[in-house]
Design a protein around this ligand. Structure first.
Ligand code: 2AM
Length: 195
């Protein structure tokens, strides 16, 4: 189903799953979104970030669980079918540190990989992706929400650090889509996390 904005409504009651039928490859990742209230709180923080920091678009705020990279429809459908047969545990993660990561030059709100549900979900996602023929991720999962890119130095003055407890109810397959107005993270499909 398409929304008024033209994007599929993965939360809608009649969303009937993704259509895995694109030609070539799409840049994909699996992640979770903050709640609407958390997105609002982070949006207020984004407004405090000035050039040269490049704040992300509020609608793009997400926590990446597994980056898939360039992905064919066949490979992605296989992964999604595998995940549909798995127990996908719910988790919570507290994001309460503002950090600048010099390598990718991102400024982000970070947490620690310690909740058993998140550790288990990370394992399930990695194993399913390997089975579907994706390359293993280059790094261990470091839970974070990217707030700004092109971050060589932290913002001055430092914003007040929020403490966000993410308790997502679903994971999402996102398409990272380049548009004339910048990158958009378009949800293609979702799966419920089991409590
Ligand atoms: P991040 O902002 O959570 O770090 C889409 O490109 C998203 O995938 C990016 O926003 C980034 O999420 C993540 N990403 C991009 N390249 C990646 C890589 N090589 N390894 C892990 N995550 C990556």
């Amino acid at each position: 189903m398409k929304t008024e904005s033209g994007w599929p409504d993965v939360d809608g009651p009649d969303f009937d799953g993704a259509e895995f039928n694109w030609p070539g490859e799409r840049r994909l990742f699996i992640g979770v979104a903050p709640s609407a209230a958390q997105q609002e709180e982070l949006t207020a923080l984004l407004q405090q970030l000035k050039p040269p920091l490049q704040p992300v678009t509020p609608a793009n705020l997400h926590l990446t669980l597994l980056f898939l990279g360039q992905s064919s429809a066949v490979q992605t459908e296989l992964l999604w079918r595998l995940l549909q047969t798995q127990q996908l545990p719910a988790f919570e993660v507290l994001l309460d540190q503002l950090e600048l990561w010099p390598g990718p030059a991102v400024y982000c709100l970070t947490g620690v990989l310690q909740h058993p549900g998140l550790i288990q979900l990370d394992t399930v996602l990695r194993q399913a992706a390997l089975q579907a023929g994706f390359l293993p991720p280059q790094h261990a999962l470091r839970p974070h929400i990217t707030l700004a890119r092109k971050a060589k130095l932290p913002p001055e003055p430092a914003p007040q650090t929020p403490a966000l407890l993410l308790t997502p109810s679903q994971l999402r397959l996102y398409h990272s889509l380049s548009t004339p107005t910048g990158v958009r993270y378009l949800p293609l499909a979702s799966l419920p996390l089991q409590r």
